[in-house]
Design a protein around this ligand. Structure first.
Ligand code: EPZ
Length: 416
C-alpha cells in the first residue's frame, strides 16, 4: 500500500495550478444520463473518485473515455439501471445516478450507500424528495428500487441544507412533468454550476444562487459541453500549506470567491493575501495566530477544510476552538495529529486546539480524504520525517498532490 514520506520544516514557495473540482465533476457526470448523446467535460480531475464514477456509468452501458483531463461520455447506449453495492460502498456520491435514471427510464436499482466513519450520513432527503415527486421507491436487499416511475413536479422544503439532495432533485426535476420548487437548497458552487450546466442543455431553472429554485420540466435536454470549475477545497488546502510552513504560494486557475471563508480565516491567522482575477497569492506568517472556526454550509466555512484548519491551529500561538456543525464526528485525524505532538481536546463536535511551537515527524495513518490532507500539511511543517500510510484516501480527491508540493520545494515522495 502506497505511503507518503515527507521531511518537513521548509517554507513552500512558488506557483501551483489548481485542478478541477471533484465535487463539481461527480454530479455533472451523473447528469449526462439525462440526455442520450455524447457529452464533453473538460478540466475533470483524474482521481480515484472520478474513475469510480466513470466505472458506474460504464456498468450502466455508457462509453467513457478519459483523455488527459477531457472526459467524453456517450450515454446513447445506456441499457441498465443498476448501480451495484461494490461500487457505491466505495463512493457515496454514486447515489447521484438515482434521480437521472428515474427521470430518463422511470426505473432504477441503486445500492444504498451504507455507513460512514463520521457517524450517520443518511440519504433520507434524497428519497423523500423523489417520493414527493411521485416515485414509489422500495428498499430491497440493500438497494433502492424504483419501477414504472413518472416523476411529477412538487414543492419540497429541505429540513437540512444538503448538497447531495439538492443536486439529486435538481436532476430529477429537469425532465419531470410540471414545476418543482426546491426550498432551503445548498448554495455550494458545485450546485450553482450544475444548474448552469443543465440550463445550458435546455433545462428551465429559476433562482440559481438563491435558497429557492423553481424548475419547470422539459421533454428533453441537449448533451453537455462544459469545463469543470476549479477545486476550492484543493485551493484552500494549498493556502493552509503556506500558512503552516511560513511560505508564499500563488494559487493559479482558481475562483477566489468560491473559498472566501477559508481565506478570511487564514488572514485572521496572520496570512497576507494578494487576490487577482483567477489567482490568489498566500504568504504565511512566522507563526499562525489562533482562530475560532464554526463550519457551515456555503458561503460559510466548509467542513471539508475543518481538518486542514485544525492542523494550522495546532501550530498557532494560542488556543483555537473549531466546531463542526455539518458532521458531528469528523475528527479521525485528531489522534494522528497528536502523534506528531499536537495538543487537541475533543468535546463532542468541538475541537479545542492548544497551539504548540513545533510538530515532530512521525508514522501516521490516513483515515479519510480531508483527514489525510491535514496529516500531509502537518508533516510539511513538522521537524524531521513523517510516513503517512493509507494514502489511497488522498488519491480520492487530490490530483498528483505530491508532485504539486514537490514543485513548491517540499521534500515529499510516494513509497510503497
Ligand atoms: C457533499 O456531501 C460533499 N461530497 C462532501 O465532501 C461535503 O462534506 C458535504 O457535501 C458538505 O459540504 C460531494 O459533493 C461528493 P450533504 P453530501 O448532503 O452531499 C445531512 C469531500 O471531502 N443529510 O450536504 O453527502 C448529512 O448527514 C466530501 O469531498 C441528511 O440528514 O453532504 C450532513 O449532516 C466529504 N439527509 C448534512 O446533511 C440527507 O438525505 C450535509 O450533508 C442528506 C444529508
Amino acid at each position: 500500500m502506497d505511503k507518503l514520506r515527507i521531511t518537513g520544516g521548509r517554507p513552500l514557495q512558488g506557483t501551483v495550478r489548481i485542478s478541477g473540482a471533484k465535487n463539481a465533476a461527480l454530479p455533472v457526470m451523473a447528469a449526462t444520463l439525462l440526455a442520450p448523446g455524447v457529452h464533453r467535460l473538460r478540466n475533470v480531475p483524474r482521481l480515484r473518485d472520478t474513475r469510480t464514477f466513470a466505472r458506474v456509468l460504464e456498468l450502466l452501458g455508457a462509453k467513457v473515455e478519459f483523455e488527459g483531463n477531457l472526459l467524453t461520455i456517450d450515454t446513447q447506449g445506456v441499457n441498465s439501471v443498476e448501480a451495484p453495492y461494490e461500487l457505491v460502498k466505495t463512493m457515496r456520491a454514486s447515489i447521484y445516478v438515482l434521480g437521472p435514471l428515474l427521470a430518463r427510464f422511470g426505473e432504477a436499482r441503486v445500492s444504498l450507500p451504507g455507513g460512514c466513519a463520521w457517524g450517520p450520513r443518511p440519504v433520507n432527503l434524497h428519497l423523500t424528495g423523489l417520493q414527493a415527486m411521485g416515485a414509489a421507491l422500495e428498499i430491497e436487499h440493500g438497494y433502492i428500487v424504483g419501477r414504472g416511475v413518472k416523476l411529477k413536479g412538487a414543492t419540497i422544503g429541505f429540513d437540512v441544507v444538503s448538497v447531495g439532495a439538492t443536486a439529486q432533485l435538481m436532476m430529477a426535476a429537469v425532465l419531470a412533468e410540471g414545476t418543482t420548487v426546491l426550498e432551503n437548497v445548498a448554495l455550494e458552487p458545485d450546485i450553482t454550476v450544475l444548474g448552469e450546466v443543465l440550463v445550458a442543455c435546455g433545462a428551465r431553472i429559476d433562482g440559481l444562487g438563491s435558497r429557492r429554485l423553481s424548475i419547470q420540466g422539459v421533454r428533453s435536454l441537449r448533451p453537455i459541453d462544459t469545463a469543470i470549475i476549479p477545486d476550492r477545497i484543493e485551493a484552500a488546502t494549498f493556502a493552509a500549506a503556506a500558512a503552516m510552513t511560513g511560505g508564499k504560494i500563488r494559487l493559479e486557475g482558481v475562483a477566489p470567491d468560491h473559498f472566501e471563508a477559508p481565506l478570511r480565516k487564514l488572514e485572521e491567522a496572520g496570512c497576507t493575501l494578494l487576490r487577482e482575477a483567477g489567482a490568489v497569492t498566500v504568504s504565511g506568517p512566522g507563526r499562525p495566530r489562533a482562530v475560532n472556526v464554526v463550519t457551515q454550509p456555503f458561503p460559510g466555512f466548509p467542513t471539508d477544510m475543518q481538518a486542514q484548519m485544525i492542523a494550522v491551529c495546532a501550530l498557532a500561538d494560542g488556543t483555537s476552538v473549531i466546531e463542526d456543525t455539518i458532521y458531528v464526528d469528523r475528527f479521525t485525524h485528531v489522534p494522528e495529529l497528536a502523534r506528531m505532538g499536537a495538543r487537541i481536546e475533543l468535546k463532542g463536535n468541538v475541537a479545542v486546539v492548544k497551539g504548540v511551537e513545533r510538530l515532530s515527524g512521525a508514522q501516521v495513518m490516513a483515515t479519510d480524504l480531508r483527514a489525510s490532507a491535514s496529516l500531509v500539511l502537518a508533516a510539511l511543517a513538522a521537524e524531521g520525517e513523517s510516513l503517512i500510510d493509507r494514502i489511497y484516501h488522498l488519491d480520492r480527491g487530490y490530483e498528483t498532490l505530491e508532485t504539486k508540493f514537490a514543485a513548491l520545494g517540499a521534500r515529499i515522495e510516494r513509497v510503497s
